[in-house]
Design a protein around this ligand. Structure first.
Ligand SMILES: Nc1ncnc2c1ncn2[C@@H]1O[C@H](COP(=O)(O)OP(=O)(O)OP(=O)(O)O)[C@@H](O)[C@H]1O
Ligand SMILES: [Mg+2]
Ligand SMILES: [Zn+2]
Length: 318
């Protein structure tokens, strides 16, 4: 299930506040200048009552309505001109009391008629990104910024990296249809985090709820909840559409941590909710560290992608 709803209501509320604040600020500026000029105050009073005056005209019957409305429009035009002059004389810009919207296109409502405004769509994507735990990781890490020249020390490494990249890209692009679980294995600095955050970003843009967390943080959230009774929202590990666990194997190994890892993996597998797990450990090391009930699932229900090559972090530095 996509996470459009949760983010949608949060963003919707933010927009409502935004347009309300913009109007309140304009009202405050109007009060400020009205206090300086009785004529301006009178004009503003009339302009503010435009809606009411229109309504009165409409109630006065259909006969000659168009003319009366036109007269009202002309009158308003004259008032606006006079107002601009008065503001200028007082040393204010002409548009001082206009409502200042962040987005003129939708007047901060997020919608143009029934159509969602681009600014609202952007805000939705940003909100989902912020809730994902990815933080600033996706700023520099995307499929576009992945550079194959870092993995070209030999043809085998390059060919392997291209296969991995293509698979990750396809995974992201077709997310939502019969998704697999991915296990990204390989040494440090080879792009596991880079490619998994690239996937996360694309999947979030499609409107899915993605949670990205390091294994350490995942365990510490469970610990806080279990031992200290704190609310750390561990439900998110179970109910998100895609869970990415980074650096599996760097968490402290305790009976508790192993059972948390097992629970998350097992219940997501049962519910057919996809996961991506990154690890520095080899298959042998994983076997040694985790009980069979975990590794049999990792090796049975995950597509394993092995990252090869030399640490890109070092290459970037040199
Ligand atoms: N092919 C690449 N093109 C561009 N940048 C890359 C590439 N591979 C890795 N990087 C960058 O190098 C740094 C290390 O990569 P990343 O964090 O993805 O490694 P990792 O495999 O997750 O390593 P670790 O196991 O230590 O977590 C990151 O800043 C990443 O953006
Ligand atoms: Mg990493
Ligand atoms: Zn807008």
């Amino acid at each position: 299930m996509a996470d459009r709803q949760g983010s949608y209501f949060t963003v919707r509320e933010r927009f409502e506040n935004k347009s309300r604040d913009a109007m309140a600020a304009a009202e405050a500026r109007q009060k400020e200048v009205d206090a300086l000029s009785p004529e301006l105050k009178k004009i503003d009073g009339m302009l503010n009552a435009t809606g009411l005056r229109l309504f009165e005209q409409a109630m006065g019957g259909k006969e000659g309505l168009e003319k009366r409305v036109e007269a009202l429009r002309k009158e308003n035009e004259r008032l606006l001109k006079r107002k601009a002059k008065l503001l200028k004389a007082l040393g204010y810009p002409e548009d001082y009391t206009d409502v200042r919207y962040e987005c003129e296109k939708c007047r901060d409502t997020g919608f143009i008629g029934a159509k969602m405004c681009d600014c609202f769509r952007k805000a939705l994507a940003k909100e989902a990104l912020e809730n994902s735990g990815l933080g600033r990781l996706t700023e520099n890490q995307s499929f576009d910024t992945f550079n194959f020249s870092y993995c070209s020390e030999n043809t085998d490494t390059l060919r392997n990296m291209k296969l991995v990249y293509d698979k990750c890209l396809e995974y992201a692009e077709t997310f939502g249809e019969d998704d697999e679980n991915l296990l990204l294995i390989g040494g440090t600095g080879l792009g596991k985090t880079h490619l998994s955050t690239s996937i996360a970003k694309k999947v979030i843009e499609k409107g899915y709820k993605v949670i990205y967390e390091s294994a350490q943080k995942l365990i510490s959230d469970f610990e806080k909840e279990h031992f200290r009774n704190l609310d750390t929202d561990t439900d998110r590990f179970f109910d998100c559409d895609l869970l990415i666990i980074d650096d599996l194997g760097t968490e402290m190994k305790t009976e508790f941590s192993v059972s948390c890892v097992y629970n998350v993996i097992n219940s997501r597998l049962n519910e057919r909710k996809p996961m991506i797990i990154n690890t520095n450990l080899s298959q042998k090391e994983l076997r040694e560290r985790y009980a069979d009930r975990i590794t049999s699932r990792l090796f049975g229900a995950f597509s394993i992608m092995v990252f090869k090559g030399q640490d890109v972090r070092q290459k970037i530095l040199h």
